[in-house]
Ligand binder design. Structure first.
Ligand code: BV8
Length: 241
């Protein structure tokens, strides 16, 4: 990656790999989340219709795991970048945990939803939710027992796509961190970034399905790669007149 002193607007995309060192399981590793639960059963609307209790218990457990986890050095470094970056920075995450927020980043876009949010399928209200849903609690707004995890399942439209593409359209740099590049539309963002002339950088433990689309790929643990990169980009900002 050449000199970064002409970088103003940055879009960062994160996936499960950035939270792995916080103890949250990824999806497609050998001990991955999908190993115990076929994705069709727990992350599709059909799976929810077929066995709502199984799906509610799956996300009740994810909510417990998220609350027990803590941000790692990668989340904290992005929080530091958020505090000190003078131009635009948008963190788009496929993750449903709140570790970016707890790591100090305030502008985080959860395109696949959030574990700590419940969505009422009767009145469409959304609620911060820290407990369980398997016991079918009443919606605080309409009272109906129709709360589901506020998660984007396969076949459902990810959130705030217009905002994401607008940010990529303005980006000088697109950085992908801890994602396998297996799921669309997120996996297609790097192509969109290239189309608008942004530089592209990938930070990941191993090569991903999209690695050949990045100007540069750095392999390693997010807790090392992300603080190093944040240090570089802040140093380049300091060099600006
Ligand atoms: C949509 C729920 C359209 C949340 C998730 C062809 C056939 C069939 C379907 C499709 C197709 N093409 C496109 C589709 C649609 C489908 C899709 O992409 N399917 C794939 C499988 C082919 N996409 C969708 O359905 C999306 N919706 O397209 O809607 C539409 C149009 C009109 C109207 C309505 C709808 C919805 C996608 C969202 C699905 N929900 N999960 C949850 O339970 O968490 S996806 C799931 O995968 C998670 O959200 C996760 O975030 C996402 C991506 O996974 P990763 O984050 O990348 O995690 P993974 O384990 O895969 O990789 C981790 C990486 O980290 C690895 O590379 C590893 O090396 C690295 N790593 C590990 N440790 C570290 C590390 N890196 C650094 N440091 C470490 N320590």
């Amino acid at each position: 990656m050449g000199a970064m002193d002409d970088i103003r607007n940055i879009v960062v995309l994160t996936g499960a790999g950035i939270s792995a060192e916080s103890g949250l399981r990824t999806f497609r590793a050998d001990d991955g989340l999908w190993e115990d639960h076929p994705v069709e059963q727990v992350a599709t609307p059909a799976g929810f219709r077929c066995d709502p209790d199984l799906v509610q218990r799956f996300y009740d457990q994810r909510r417990v795991d998220v609350r027990a986890a803590n941000p790692n050095a990668a989340h904290l470094a992005l929080g530091e970048l958020y505090a000190r970056w003078k131009d635009e920075l948008l963190i788009v995450t496929q993750n449903i945990d709140d570790l970016h927020e707890r790591g100090g980043a305030a502008r985080v876009l959860h395109m696949h939803g959030e574990a700590l949010s419940a969505w009422c399928t009767t009145c469409d209200a959304r609620h911060r939710w820290f407990g369980t849903l398997r016991d079918r609690p009443p919606c605080p707004v309409c009272g109906q027992a129709s709360l589901r995890p506020d998660i984007v399942w396969f076949g459902e439209m990810p959130y705030r796509m217009g905002e994401i593409y607008a940010a990529i359209g303005r980006a000088d740099l697109f950085v992908s961190i801890g994602t396998s590049g297996a799921v669309y539309p997120a996996a297609g963002f790097v192509e969109e970034a290239r189309r608008v002339g942004a530089r592209t950088l990938e930070l990941n433990l191993e090569r991903s399905l999209g690695s050949n689309q990045f100007d540069e790929t750095r392999l390693g643990m997010a807790s090392t790669l992300v603080p190093d990169w944040v240090g570089e980009i802040l140093a380049s900002q300091a060099l600006r007149l």
